[in-house]
Design a protein around this ligand. Sequence first.
Ligand code: SF4
Length: 356
Amino acid sequence: MKIHISDNLRAVPQSILPWFERNQRDLPWRHNHDPYRILLSEIMLQQTQVAVVIPFFHRFINVFPTVSTLADAPLQQVLALWQGMGYYRRARNLHACAQAVMQHHNGAIPDTVNDLLSLPGIGRYTAGAIASIAFGRQDAAVDGNVGRVLARLLALRKPTDAELWKVAGQLVPANRPGDYNAAMMELGAIVCTPKSPKCQTCPLQQVCLSHERGLENKIPAPKAATKQPLVSAITVIATSNDRWLLEQRPASGRWGGMWQFPTVERDGRIPRSWRIESLLNLPGGESVQRLGKVTHLLTHRRYEFEAYLAAGVPELSTPLQRWVDADNLPNFGMPRPQQKMLQMAQQRLAAIANES
Ligand code: SF4
């Protein structure tokens, strides 16, 4: 589809930049244009909200103030620091990205979209954001927020990604492209929100076709809901003398390289026979009490963990498992559902201790 960009729309940068200067949030990665800080923030923001990212960003910058300190760190330390933000593939990619910058770019984050795209974990949006914000290059950056603003400005009900990138590329100005991209993201985050956009305070109200036609709540058209397939899991939390049995997940795939309580997973619901068999195969599983269920939603999967507690069991383990002192647990990056199950186990143990 050919999309016409009116002269009015070409004035979007002039309208949005003064608004951005007055209204942008004070975010720690906006304090300077250090490419490392921009890269770190953009990777953290890929699937996590700003308010959640801020403390993690400070923590990372304190521990890894430069790309070389991050590249030199053990992956386990990076994963442990990332714990609580989810989508751990980003942490592994971030670490690999820092190492690639050291090995192939003499420690300097590349300044072109093409070179940035060659780094692990950097897609088209992140490359455009870094190139424009850190290096002042006239490149577009279309994330969910920017895409929604563009769709509404042009009253596009079901725009394709290609259409949105094309429009974005035509609007990004030569002067202050990074501020412009950041302004569009900010507008999408705080004014042109998914529900009930605040058109009365919007600096683009005069040129917005959706607003002119009263369509701002209908554009973009909602996507058909898809139900993620279910993965069921049985987890046995084996503990003895305040030591806990952990095992490491395989290096690749979901939660790759992270630590968990011994767990078995299967696609679909758990038949009774599989539950009994699985429990007997997990350490301490023959003498367990049920803790409850933990559900966890990911973009492409729904997880249901059935958690069991096996307290006071012999400290046996396989080569991939390790008994860890309670004090040392924070050094082992664990996925969020495993952390929840740890809390459940600790609460149950405290209740048992109170009763006796
Ligand atoms: Fe979004 Fe409303 Fe602004 Fe249009 S006028 S860009 S719909 S907030």
